[in-house]
Design a protein. Sequence first.
Length: 220
Amino acid sequence: MNRHDRLKSLFGEILKEVQANPNFAARIARVLDADQPATHTPGQKGRRSPGVLDPFPLYQQGEAVLQARLAELSVEQLKDIVAEHGMDRSKLAMKWKTKEKLIPFIVTTIASRARTGDAFRSPTVVSQDSPPSGPPVRVPIDSVDTDAVREMLRAADVIVALDPKTNYSEQLYGQHSLARVRSPGAPPYHIQQVEIEVDAASVGQLEKARAAIDAAKGRP
């Protein structure tokens, strides 16, 4: 068997496995598409491809699971997910060029929508002497003007400015109420914390964070 025939047999076996094994097919698709820019539908200028995964079921398995899967994707594939689910009404995220900004943005948007969905279920008022703190959600300072992060700031009980390079932190907002609202059968209320990642040496960034909090909380 010559080289041409061996290659033909090899790709034939790969094709059979792709057709029979959806997981293998998905892995092959990720490899082929990893470095490719988003494709566009002919005749529809600016239309992005559908996202390669649905982030909502992954979020139900935990933020760490969603973050890990998003980390496997390219910048353009992340933007496809943002576009498909209408996450960027302010048109800021589409200008970002790094996964380090896009992944937290997607995760915070999904988390915000999950909480919003819970708000429409029948509420039950419960009282807790010391409600526990949930895991903080960290967002970059550049994202505070987006709709998703603005909604997170509006709902947050505690908001902290954090510079991971210098370990600087400053609580910019804090409010604790003993009366909590949750759905029947839901776990006890957890204090919602948001960390805004800033450069502590930049007064402008701290002021931007405070202004974003004031706008989200409706403070003059």
